[in-house]
Design a protein. Structure first.
Lengths: 158, 253
């Protein structure tokens, strides 16, 4: 049995493949894809088991409305009877408290303008949701066992 | 415990955990607070940068409607997985969970998200290998947590527990933290108990006779963690890893 190699068709296929990979690459470039952000978004796939292992700073979100004094944003919850099974309120509050922590880390690590970060926008949305129609300013406070220090102060948000 | 029984029990418990998570996601997705904070306007720039997908697909996948549909698919697949024990449902659950985590910028509920992936992977690998993989991660999760605590000075001094309890979102638990801070000896005793309990996990394969007693302590431990910090997802997903631990320990001569 003999195979007939059709050079014309093979060349066309190679050309098509090259065009396709060039198209894919240009799509990825257009999409502004950043592998570092991708790894950040899928980090739950890489397990780490260091729970409550060291006392780091706790981060609080303080806010002030116009002509009012600073107050700490409260995420307090109550125990619920079916909370062991289904607890959307508590989990949402935990996610909000995680946002505060993420903003604190991004403020310290970031080299870009923090106002463009998703987490900054989300904290602004959270405060606007709880205090609609108010001009509001917030700060992130690092709280240790013995001291409190301001980490970040926002501008006025309306 | 036989391989077949441990696989079925793991699948059942995993399905249950994913069912609860799916219902929570659905209820959260309907809350105005969630819709305001986790809206696509806030998230889209990061998602476009982090996912190699066209913008139009990203916006559809991570819309509010998309999140609710994802939660519904998770609920249906969790129930189907518990009834039919077919790997396809668990593969879909893995995709659902991945998209949920991405929606919450990588992690929604800390370690429970990671353990959910581990249990899902174990069930998908299936057979003896899947159960052993899951058991190793399960036991390692306790040991690693204990070892990290042992290395930390604040845990060795007994201060850490009061500090962590003081950060609970439950005001009544913060009251206990204040009492604990005033009684450092109790704090130290509890810290030693927690560290010893977590470190002992790796000894279980060599002490099969203590497995039931250890499991009872595990259930109490996770219930206490839930009561103190509201981490209900941790309870269900860690318990679902236990049939594999029972099976793997039974393999040790």
């Amino acid at each position: 049995m003999t195979f007939i190699i059709d050079d014309k068709h093979t060349a066309q296929r190679v050309k098509n493949l090259k065009c396709f990979s060039r198209f894919q690459w240009s799509m990825i470039n257009k999409m502004k894809f950043r592998p570092k952000t991708f790894l950040y978004l899928v980090r739950a796939l890489f397990p780490q088991w260091n729970f409550f292992d060291r006392i780091a700073y706790d981060f609080e979100l303080d806010y002030q409305l116009e002509h009012a004094s600073w107050q700490t944003f409260c995420l307090d919850q109550k125990h619920e009877a079916i909370g062991l099974f289904i607890s959307p309120k508590m989990n949402l509050a935990l996610a909000c408290s995680q946002l505060i922590e993420q903003l604190a880390y991004e403020v310290q690590d970031s080299t870009t303008v923090i106002h463009e970060h998703a987490v900054y926008k989300m904290i602004c949305s959270m405060l606007k949701f709880h205090f609609p129609g108010n001009k509001i300013q917030f700060k992130i406070v690092a709280v240790d066992e013995s001291e409190r220090s301001d980490l970040f102060l926002s501008g006025w948000i309306s | 415990m036989s391989l077949e029984f441990s696989l079925k029990l793991t699948s059942l418990l995993l399905g249950l955990a994913m069912l609860f998570q799916g219902i929570e996601n659905f209820l959260m997705g309907r809350s105005p607070e969630f819709r305001t904070i986790w809206n696509s306007e806030n998230l889209q720039e990061e998602l476009i940068a982090g996912l190699p997908l066209p913008k139009s697909i990203i916006l559809k996948l991570f819309s509010h409607r998309g999140f609710l549909i994802l939660a519904l698919i998770q609920i249906l697949c969790a129930v189907a997985g518990m009834v039919f024990f077919h790997w396809v449902f668990f593969a879909i659950l893995l995709v659902c969970h991945l998209f949920t985590c991405i929606r919450f910028r990588g992690i929604f509920n800390g370690g429970s998200d990671m353990m959910t992936f581990v249990v899902l992977t174990g069930v998908l690998i299936g057979g003896k290998m899947g159960m052993i993989y899951l058991a190793i991660h399960g036991l390692l999760s306790y040991f690693k947590a204990g070892f990290s605590k042992l290395r930390d000075k604040s845990w060795r001094q007994g201060r850490a527990l009061a500090v962590f309890l003081g950060r609970s979102l439950y005001p009544d638990i913060r009251e206990y933290a204040r009492l604990l801070a005033q009684n450092p000896r109790i704090g130290l005793f509890l810290a030693i108990v927690v560290i010893a309990f977590e470190l002992l996990a790796v000894a279980l394969p060599f002490g099969r006779q203590y497995l039931n007693a250890y499991f009872i302590v595990v259930v109490i431990f996770h219930l206490v963690v839930y009561w103190c910090f509201g981490l209900n997802r941790f309870f269900w997903i860690w318990i679902s890893a236990w049939p594999s631990i029972y099976y793997t320990v039974s393999l040790v001569p």
